[in-house]
Design a protein around this ligand. Structure first.
Ligand SMILES: [Zn+2]
Length: 195
């Protein structure tokens, strides 16, 4: 296992095509998943990562909403790995929350992004079991953010008001515990089923 460098915005690999996984027995798959997980956990505040961010252009994302001093209660979720994911439903209702990204970490930018509140995603886990997850709140947002990376999209392309971009320090001070950020991040739906 290894903690990998996270590619920064401008790196062409973030815009490259991401291939779907055809062979689940490929030894490289195990390594990519392990590295992805280890790199998320190394990131401290990271809540998800997409394979292209560690230079692997495959359709793999992972999320983990760990408990921290400020992230508690209904904003948590266990580690999940999504291989060949497809978001098959987006709610018409949207909400706004500030996002940041490991691939713009050096730029230290946070900004408001409007996304569907609720989604349904289908994917395979590393054991090739297909699953479906319906969710909202922070989990739905992180999944959509990571899923965008598979299409070469970084969140700053989706920021709704560039005048509201800010660095981490101001994000923590002004936004992180704001009513809107907490409301948008609260998870009220989490339905998992094996297919
Ligand atoms: Zn990102």
């Amino acid at each position: 296992m290894a903690v990998r460098n996270i590619l920064q915005i401008g790196d062409p690999r973030l815009k490259a095509k991401n291939h779907s996984i055809a062979d689940f027995n490929h030894p490289k798959l195990k390594k990519i998943v392990k590295d992805l997980v280890e790199t998320i956990r190394d990131g401290g505040l990271f809540v998800g990562l997409a394979a292209p961010q560690i230079g692997e252009n495959y359709q793999i994302i992972a999320t983990e909403l760990k408990e921290t001093k400020t992230r508690t209660g209904d904003q948590l979720d266990k580690l999940r790995v999504y291989i060949n994911p497809k978001i098959i439903f987006y709610s018409k209702t949207k909400n706004i929350a500030y996002e940041g990204c490991g691939s713009v970490a050096h730029a230290d930018l946070y900004g408001p992004v409007k996304r569907p509140k609720e989604i349904i995603i289908e994917a395979f886990n590393p054991d090739r079991h297909k699953f479906r997850l319906r969710c909202d709140g922070l989990l739905a947002r992180v999944i959509q953010h990571e899923y965008d990376h598979l299409f070469g999209i970084e969140f700053i392309e989706k920021v709704i008001d560039y005048k509201k971009l800010m660095n981490r320090e101001f994000y923590i001070k002004r936004i992180k515990d704001s009513k809107q950020q907490i409301q948008s991040s609260t998870i009220t739906i989490k339905e998992f089923s094996e297919l």
